[in-house]
Design a protein around this ligand. Structure first.
Ligand SMILES: Cc1cc2nc3c(=O)[nH]c(=O)nc-3n(C[C@H](O)[C@H](O)[C@H](O)COP(=O)(O)OP(=O)(O)OC[C@H]3O[C@@H](n4cnc5c(N)ncnc54)[C@H](O)[C@@H]3O)c2cc1C
Length: 351
């Protein structure tokens, strides 16, 4: 959507249409969990008791952690694909841009889809190349990491991608502030152990907010000193480390995988089987291996399918083709195959 390759309406459905049959859907917000009493408190004040609990409220977008950002979003060339309503706005800003500086940010810490901050930069750069204006645009990609990607095999491919577009990559820079009046983004340069504040002037900017566990989860008994505010589960069985009747999966769990829908596709069957075992009083036997995949759109017709697990080694789903390079067939998988898989198979537990 943000890259102008898919319309917004294709990315959304009424929640009622994807709700499985036989589920009692309580339209309220969980605000607290008491695992000793086996109770969930809702925003309305009602408590719901449970025998077993699966916690999966996702990750929290901390927009206000970047001073100046919330009020700037959607205006003066600043947008973010991390808000559904703003993704089309991103494309409005990028589509007609013809010269100046375009900045793409990536915050430090865990985020959902760590590839997304880069994907939009490549979709934009390729668009500008197709329009013949890329030479007039200074594309700056600012990363908190020391490399392009955590898996060296994919990092090497992405190094070639940024070279191809002439993207100016700033490693080990933390996005800390935005000054919309001066049209400057402020970063802390952590190279060589430093903490120097650096201002980068922008004409358009794609912002990705810092993220953390939902505040109510951070305050719940389900976290431990080591779980960083996320629900503390065993990284293989996804069962809570203290309460065996509690499981967690998805972005809210503290498992050290890349936070993606692709990871959840592999976690969900593990949780189901281990939950059924727990209901029968047995130990959990199924193990999640940390699989995640990041479909990195490196051009408007090419994709690098980065699949890996806890070992941070490539773990290809299609063993007969070379997935350590950008591929056009993978673009079609991303554009048409994965949405079909998501809406028709994943949400029904069939893939
Ligand atoms: C721009 C972008 C691009 C991405 N691209 C990809 C990609 O290409 N491939 C990929 O695999 N992943 C991608 N992801 C990541 C993927 O969307 C997430 O990892 C995934 O949606 C996490 O699922 P989840 O169920 O844990 O959380 P969510 O999808 O956030 O769902 C949480 C649910 O819990 C509900 N909820 C929250 N709080 C409460 C509460 N207190 N009480 C009751 N209900 C609550 C919410 O309403 C929501 O329905 C992308 C994410 C973004 C933002």
């Amino acid at each position: 959507m943000g890259g102008g390759c898919a319309p917004a309406h294709e990315s959304v459905r009424d929640e009622a249409k994807v709700m499985p049959r036989g589920v009692r859907w309580i339209k309220d917000r969980a605000i607290g969990i008491d695992p000793d009493k086996r109770e969930v408190t809702l925003g309305s004040g009602v408590t719901v008791s449970y025998d077993f609990l699966v916690v999966c409220p996702g990750i929290q977008l901390d927009w206000d952690a970047i001073p100046g950002l919330t009020d700037t979003l959607g205006n003066s060339g600043v947008s973010s694909n991390y808000r559904f309503d703003l993704a089309p706005r991103t494309w409005e800003f990028l589509k007609d841009f013809r010269g100046g500086t375009a900045v793409f940010t990536h915050p430090p810490g865990a985020i959902k889809c760590p590839g997304a901050p880069q994907k939009i930069a490549y979709l934009a750069a390729h668009w500008w190349q197709q329009q013949g204006v890329l030479d007039d645009i200074h594309v700056v990609l600012v990363l908190p990491t020391a490399t392009m990607f955590s898996v060296p095999e994919f990092s090497r491919v992405l190094e070639q991608v940024v070279d191809r577009y002439g993207i100016d990559v700033r490693f080990r820079h933390d996005f800390v502030e935005i000054d919309p009046q001066a049209r400057e983004a402020i970063f802390v340069n952590r190279n060589n152990g430093g903490s120097e504040r650096v201002a980068v002037a922008y004409d358009v900017l794609h912002a990705v907010p810092p993220q953390s566990a939902p505040d109510w989860i951070k305050k719940s008994p389900l976290v431990t000193d080591e779980s960083g505010g996320y629900v503390a589960v065993d990284k293989h069985t996804l069962q809570h480390v203290r309460w065996p009747d509690v499981f967690a999966l998805g972005d809210a769990g503290n498992t050290p995988n890349s936070k993606t829908g692709a990871a959840i596709r592999k976690q969900a069957p593990v949780v189901v089987k281990n939950l059924l075992a727990a209901m029968k009083g047995r130990d959990p036997s199924q193990k999640y291996d940390g699989y995640a995949s990041c479909p990195l759109t490196t051009a408007r017709n090419k994709m690098l399918l980065a699949e890996f697990d806890y070992t941070l080694k490539p773990r290809p789903s299609f063993p007969l083709i070379n997935l350590q390079k950008e591929r056009r067939d993978m673009w079609y998988l991303k554009r048409w195959g994965l949405p079909f898989l998501y809406w028709n198979l994943m949400l029904r537990g069939r893939a």
